[in-house]
Design a protein around this ligand. Sequence first.
Ligand SMILES: CC(C)(COP(=O)(O)OP(=O)(O)OC[C@H]1O[C@@H](n2cnc3c(N)ncnc32)[C@H](O)[C@@H]1OP(=O)(O)O)[C@@H](O)C(=O)NCCC(=O)NCCS
Length: 341
Amino acid sequence: MKNGLYSAGIIGTGSYVPEKIITNEDLEKIVETSSEWIVTRTGIRERRIAGENEATSNLSTIAALRALDDADMDPKDLDMILVATVTPDMPFPSTACIVQSNIGAVNAAASDIEAACSGFLYALNVAQQFIATGFYKNILVIGGECLSRITNYKDRGTCILFGDGAGAAVVSRVEDGYGFLAQYMGADGSNGNSLAVKAGGSRMPASAATLLHDYHYIHMDGGEVFKFAVKIMSSAAEKAMDIAGITKDDIDCVVPHQANIRIINNVAKRLGVSEDKVYSNLDRYGNLSAASIPVALDEAVKSGRISKGDNVCMVGFGGGLTWASNIIKWSKDSNAIKKAI
Ligand SMILES: CC(C)(COP(=O)(O)OP(=O)(O)OC[C@H]1O[C@@H](n2cnc3c(N)ncnc32)[C@H](O)[C@@H]1OP(=O)(O)O)[C@@H](O)C(=O)NCCC(=O)NCCS
């Protein structure tokens, strides 16, 4: 405990992506594009698409159970479940409540959080506050998306980018000196129109006209979003390092939002962090919005790219517009666990 606050950290991670793969070659058959264009301009080679009977809660439930297993925690010990998503199963009940029921977390409060692709980091940072104050002991944070449901497969500017998946993390008290060293969040609502789903809410309820105009799909000014992303991701990561009192040389692994490999490489360059310290799985999954960072985090941990004592920087941006970052001194010895197995 420091200054009356508990140290909070991540004690388990899990992820799940659906089985169905859509490759760039598959997309060549439905829109005017080429695999070469997609790989060169984005770094994406394939993405996963949820099956007909799968919704965000299904993907999130599997990721949640894997994270709980990794944390060696009974769902009944959870105090709260937060699901970050822009593709909930339905407006309400929340996807978090559906997951709560699926996993039998009968003692947990449950709610969704929406900050688009920054959503998982927003939810993680909210969870950290509840743990630090001692109000709650164990919180399950999930980023889950079925972006295929709001993607227009006639629009080559967006359909090449997005996929479906879910990632989860269990946030709990950790040893002092470990866990969250810094967190930072921001928003600029004045530029929200550059990345939006216009219909389906109270402003423009779903109707024959909204369907006709494709207003229930993602609309995006790619160039604007690209410029914003490079600038805000690097400044948000630097801000978190400042708050934590560390420099780029102290960072062991950056887990960025996976939107475009050119954005990720630009951010690494601006930060002065070598590309081998930056985790990316963009080629396999594309942009998973709120699920992107937790899926990448889980893979980075499980593949041994992150181990106890490492300073991990997560940073993301998204619709809103929003951005968020944090620095976590990793508290779990995943190598020791792997060796024991
Ligand atoms: C979308 C994105 C990949 C487009 O790449 P870009 O280099 O900016 O490409 P442009 O939009 O300038 O388009 C260049 C040309 O390629 C064309 N093009 C766009 N999509 C294409 C595709 N899938 N296949 C082939 N050509 C395509 C454009 O029509 C344009 O043609 P023109 O010059 O004849 O008008 C890029 O802007 C991007 O990744 N932006 C960020 C998006 C993002 O991260 N969104 C999610 C935020 S969480």
